[in-house]
Design a protein around this ligand. Sequence first.
Ligand SMILES: Cc1cc2nc3c(=O)[nH]c(=O)nc-3n(C[C@H](O)[C@H](O)[C@H](O)COP(=O)(O)OP(=O)(O)OC[C@H]3O[C@@H](n4cnc5c(N)ncnc54)[C@H](O)[C@@H]3O)c2cc1C
Ligand code: FES
Length: 268
Amino acid sequence: METWKIQVGEAVVVSNILKAKDTWELELNLGNDLDVTAFLPGQFVCLAPLDPSSTMARPFSIASISTFNGTFSLLYKVIGKNTELMARLAVGEKVKFWGPLGQGFLPNTDEYDEVWLIGGGIGIAPLIFYEKVVSEFQGGIVRVFYGNKTGAEIIPLDLYCQEPLIIVTDDGSIGCQGFVTDVVQAYMKVANEKKILVITCGPKVMMRKVADICQQAGQDCYVILETIMACGLGVCLGCSIKTSSGMKRICHDGPVFPAKEVIWDELS
Ligand SMILES: Cc1cc2nc3c(=O)[nH]c(=O)nc-3n(C[C@H](O)[C@H](O)[C@H](O)COP(=O)(O)OP(=O)(O)OC[C@H]3O[C@@H](n4cnc5c(N)ncnc54)[C@H](O)[C@@H]3O)c2cc1C
Ligand code: FES
C-alpha cells in the first residue's frame, strides 16, 4: 500500500518543448514545498492548465525527475482540449497538479538477466523513467523497444544508455519497418535461457500481444494500463477493471499490473 504523500498544488512551467509530431515535453518545478524524490517509476500525476476553459485535470505518466533541480517531466500527445491548452503553456505559467498517484513499481532486477521496456506511441513516456532507474541506479541490462506509426512521431529519447534502443515504425521511415511486437517476438526467439523482465505501455492491442509473447516464452511481464480517469485517487471507482485477482482501480491499485492478472477482453 502507499507509503508516499500525495502532494497538491501548483507547478511552474520550466520548459515546454515540441519533441515530435503533436508530442511535447513539459518540465515542471514544484517549488520548495513539494518533493520530486517521492516519485517512483510507474506513477503518474493529474494536471490541468489554469485556463478557465480547461476541463478536468488529466493523468500523465512521470517520464523523468531531476532531484537536483526539483523538477519532473512529462511527455504528452495533443489529442483534445486539455492537451491543446498544455501545448500553449509558456515558461513561468502555472498548472494545477496533484500526485504522485498510483502504485510505483520497482522491479528487483537482480532476479533477471535483462529488462525489456516495450513502448508504443506515447506509451514510451513512463518507460523512460524505468530506463533511467534500472540502468543508472540498479545497474541492470536494459533493452528499449520503441514503436510508432511514422518517424515524424518518434521522440528523440534522452536515455541513460543509448544502446540497445530498437526503433520500429509502421512505415519504416525510421528504424525497422513493421510492428514493434514482431521485433520483440524475433528477439524473444533468440533469448535462449535468459530470464527477462518485460514492462510494456502503449495501445491495448500491442500490450496484449506482448503479454502473449511473454507467456509463451515463460517470461515475466508487467503492463502499464491507461483508461479515462476522473479523480485519479481511488475514490470514484470510474477506472475499475475486472482482473483475475478481483476488481482493481487502475489509478489506485495500478497503473502497473502483472500481465497475467489482466483480462484483456474486459478492458475498454
Ligand atoms: C495513468 C495514465 C497515464 C497517462 N500518461 C500519459 C502520458 O504520459 N502522456 C500522454 O500524452 N497521455 C497520457 N495519458 C492519457 C492522457 O490522460 C489523455 O491523453 C488526456 O487525458 C487527454 O486529455 P484531453 O483533454 O486533451 O483530451 P480529451 O478531450 O479528454 O480526449 C480526447 C479523446 O481521447 C480519448 N481519451 C482521453 N483519455 C484517454 C485515455 N487515457 N485512453 C484512451 N483514450 C482517451 C477521449 O475519449 C476522446 O475521444 C495517460 C492516461 C492515464 C490513465
Ligand atoms: S479515477 Fe476515480 S477511482 Fe480511479
